[in-house]
Design a protein around this ligand. Sequence first.
Ligand SMILES: NC(=O)c1ccc[n+]([C@@H]2O[C@H](COP(=O)([O-])OP(=O)(O)OC[C@H]3O[C@@H](n4cnc5c(N)ncnc54)[C@H](O)[C@@H]3O)[C@@H](O)[C@H]2O)c1
Length: 342
Amino acid sequence: MVMRVALVGAGRFGALHLHAFRSLPVEVAAVCEPDGERRAAVQEEFGIPAGYGSLDELLERESVDLVDVVSDESTHGELVLKAVEAGCHVFVEKPLSMDPAEAGRIRDRTRARGVQVVTGQISRFGAGYQHLRDVLDRGELGRPVNLRFRRDFSRSWFPAFGRRVHPVWESGVHDIDLAVWYAGAPCREVYAVQRRVSGLEYPDTLVAVLTFANDVVATVESAWLVPDAAPQTLRGSLELDGTIDAVTELLGDRGTAAYRLAHDGLSVRTDTALAQPELTLWPTVAGRVSGALAAELGYAVEVAAGTRGNDVIPLDEAVEGIRIAAAVQRSAEQGVRVTLGT
Ligand SMILES: NC(=O)c1ccc[n+]([C@@H]2O[C@H](COP(=O)([O-])OP(=O)(O)OC[C@H]3O[C@@H](n4cnc5c(N)ncnc54)[C@H](O)[C@@H]3O)[C@@H](O)[C@H]2O)c1
């Protein structure tokens, strides 16, 4: 059976999803995008028969199996709840929601409606991050002690994002989710500090310390301060050229492991620029968007079809990530330690 999909939010990343859907057994039956010009452009480019300005209207008129939410971060929770109440399965880009209470409601209503919600924590579908998880599971590092995460982005991207959303919901949620995945226990305490170097509404640097119930300590750092002269690691398909520089280190009592997301394995040098394109997230291979993005969308289609369980990013763990991210924001804004209950 070909699954009928509705795309909600046809911006930069939504367009990349549409490219990835081309190699999956789905029919993109409708798009919801409030910007009429953008909506018409993607309908034309990807041959999508129906277009709507709101999800309410789409759900009223269309019968779809899977709703793919790729809109601005602040809209996710409400859109997911609408789709779930309409009896649709959902793939939602990170973050699942920006409100822990709403994330809890999504979990409850998803169970009540008997549908599946898959959160786009893309790192769980990246081969390097998966390998770290396997190494931990096999006990090669012994007991995990410290988890270190650093994820820096181009300074030139910040004027757009620094007015849109606190970075914990943009760059931070990737590593908070990895910390949840690797720690394997609930988070008990969060302490975070932030700085506004650029003077915009939201901070461009953030450092958080997360303590888990099994005494694992994770540090999550993110700075949007990478200068333009740094090697470009994201180019082309996302319509956003620049640098993502992300490093993960796991320290156990018997061994350590490290992974750098983008590196110099591929480099392109010209008189004016150096590029070291990242090849695991959404590379184009044989004319198709592949890598972790295609893998997570393919996984969502299988979960929605009922041919596999939602065991890679269970909803409980996605909700835990939202609880931690909200605590990080509160800690950083108020300068307090935040204790998380059970
Ligand atoms: N996993 C990753 O590595 C990764 C990378 C990039 C973006 N993302 C995520 O993808 C999402 C979209 O990011 P983007 O860069 O494409 O942003 P964008 O601003 O380019 O696109 C967002 C689109 O959503 C539309 N929109 C806003 N409110 C809407 C609503 N209520 N209903 C339907 N559409 C609505 C906007 O008009 C816009 O076209 C974000 O959640 C972002 O965090 C994830």
